[in-house]
Write a protein that binds this ligand. Structure first.
Ligand SMILES: C[S@@+](CC[C@H](N)C(=O)[O-])C[C@H]1O[C@@H](n2cnc3c(N)ncnc32)[C@H](O)[C@@H]1O
Length: 270
């Protein structure tokens, strides 16, 4: 994959090349005079770029990085009562939570803002590196710093990670799952409402199919149930159940729903 950068960001670019190489991604740096919108339009293939704001994914004239600062207004409005995700994950009890499908980390940011201690697991090396960069910036941001400090990033396939937890044994209060769902899902309706989110999702979808057949994450549910009192699965509103397993309870929203699965000993509703 190409990584575009201007000469003054060569040192930062080399840092990302080394980090990505350690995660199995080969990147070729191309130094260019001006990394601007015109350059990105003229070079539409999927690539990376580095500027004063760090590492970006770019394609089709757009660039994207997980944007936690843009989430601040939402975080400020959020409360344990108003957020369905908070009720589904029983955040009032300040749980230890594993988010096994990190993505851009937005759900976990909200969970951490509402008091959870989150282990955030992502298997895609480029997405993980983008997330790591975003967390680094959040840790020095006056509002985000205490929230980002409650998030611990892990680069792993969650199937392996959850198996390791079960073998230790390590128990978590909650495992949260939001696996990919085919493009035609109802999420697209919600995504269209927000141009910024739409752009991020378009680029994310370009990046993630590299794994070949889309992995819908069915195997993660039984693994999560081995180590958590409560497993919460985010689904498009009308989607089939993960792993065809009927949940113990559900929270329904306009675009998505949360399906919750309890361990038999812990059948308490949030
Ligand atoms: C729909 S996105 C999650 C979005 C996320 N909830 C957010 O708020 O940004 C799904 C993410 O889970 C990751 N993923 C899927 N299966 C995984 C696995 N077995 N281990 C680790 N990450 C996984 C994908 O690479 C993708 O980034």
């Amino acid at each position: 994959m190409h990584l575009f950068t201007e000469p003054q960001f060569q040192a930062q670019a080399q840092h990302y090349v080394a980090v990505l190489a350690s995660r199995g991604v080969e990147v070729q740096v191309e130094s260019i005079e001006k990394l601007n919108a015109r350059f990105l339009r003229l070079n539409p293939e999927l690539a990376l770029c580095v500027d004063e704001q760090g590492l970006w994914l770019c394609a089709n004239g757009m660039k994207m990085q997980p944007d936690w600062q843009a989430e601040i207004p939402r975080l400020k409005r959020a409360s344990l009562k108003s957020e369905m995700i908070a009720r589904a994950c029983q955040l009032a009890e300040k749980p230890r939570l594993i988010d096994a499908t990190a993505g851009l980390g937005h759900d976990s940011l909200l969970l951490a803002a509402l008091g959870a201690n989150v282990t955030l697991v992502e298997r895609h090396p480029i997405l993980f590196t983008l997330l790591e960069d975003t967390q680094r910036q959040a840790l020095v941001h006056p509002y985000l710093a205490p929230i980002a400090a409650r998030i611990h990033l892990v680069f792993a396939d969650s199937a392996d990670y959850l198996k390791q937890c079960a073998a230790q044994p390590y128990y978590s209060d909650v495992v949260y799952l939001d696996p990919m769902f085919p493009q035609r899902d109802q999420n697209q309706q919600a995504i269209k409402k927000q141009a910024q989110v739409k752009k991020q999702m378009q680029l994310l979808h370009l990046l993630l199919p590299e794994h070949g057949e889309m992995d819908l994450g069915d195997q993660l549910l039984p693994l999560a149930q081995q180590i958590a009192k409560r497993v919460v699965v985010k689904r498009p509103r009308l989607a089939v159940f993960l792993n065809d397993q009927q949940p113990d309870t559900q929270w329904q929203g306009d675009a998505c729903r949360f399906d919750a699965y309890f361990q038999l000993d812990y059948q308490t509703l949030g």
